[in-house]
Design a protein around this ligand. Structure first.
Ligand SMILES: Nc1nc2c(ncn2[C@@H]2O[C@H](COP(=O)(O)OP(=O)(O)OP(=O)(O)O)[C@@H](O)[C@H]2O)c(=O)[nH]1
Length: 200
């Protein structure tokens, strides 16, 4: 099937959510296929990249994993500004983390890129016995607010790749890679992580 436009694109993606919701764990699962039972809390933010294939195209995600601790809240706009996509993560066993996720959605709706593709991820779906947030409630909230919703588990890997693939499918093709088959030429200054951040 003939396709128009560029087949390879880069997309800045940010993960936002309450402390301990599982943002870093989702990224670690997606990028390295690993899970760490006692994952350390993120300081500042961490950067990763990973490429996914969608149909006959590829999307290279430039992923900013932000810190959920409140003291880092003021840094968040640096990471979601200009982002093509966001994953707002909550923990299905923690009602407060769902409330915090809604606050992030509000902030992105007010200050984020209006075309941003937003996913709501109800993480720790393996902990069904401890569930506090009904999937139906989150699904309804997501539909009302223009997000798509999935329950994920970084521990079992359930739906983790699917969230990123679904985002890739929904991205408007606005950021074509400059030179997909050869050397990568930077068309903008490299981003500098915040002080105290770490990179993979
Ligand atoms: N059972 C279970 N535990 C998980 C899952 N995802 C993360 N965890 C655990 O939850 C804890 C917090 O995970 P993190 O990935 O550090 O959470 P975070 O949202 O990045 O936290 P901050 O960096 O502090 O904002 C860790 O001990 C993880 O092992 C999951 O899907 N299932």
């Amino acid at each position: 099937m003939a396709t128009s436009g560029n087949k390879n694109m880069n997309a800045k993606l940010v993960l936002l959510g309450d402390v301990g919701a599982g943002k870093s764990s989702l990224v670690l699962r997606f990028v390295k296929g690993q899970f760490i039972e006692f994952q350390e809390s993120t300081i500042g933010a961490a950067f990763f990249s990973q490429t996914v294939a969608v149909n006959d195209a590829t999307v290279k995600f430039e992923i900013w994993d932000t810190a959920g601790q409140e003291r880092y809240h003021s840094l968040a706009p640096m990471y979601y500004r200009g982002a093509a996509a966001a994953i707002i993560v909550y923990d299905i066993t923690n009602q407060a983390s769902f409330d915090r996720a809604k606050k992030w959605v509000q902030e992105l709706q007010a200050q984020g890129n209006p075309n941003m593709v937003m996913a709501l991820a109800g993480n720790k779906a393996d902990l069904l016995d401890a569930r506090k947030v009904a999937a139906e409630e989150a699904q309804t909230y997501a539909e009302e607010n223009g997000l798509f919703f999935m329950e994920t588990s970084a521990k079992t890997a359930s739906n983790v790749n699917d969230v990123f693939s679904e985002i890739a499918k929904r991205l408007p093709r606005l950021q074509p890679a400059q030179n997909p088959s050869g050397m990568v030429l930077m068309d903008r200054p490299a981003q500098t992580p915040a002080a105290g951040s770490c990179c993979s």
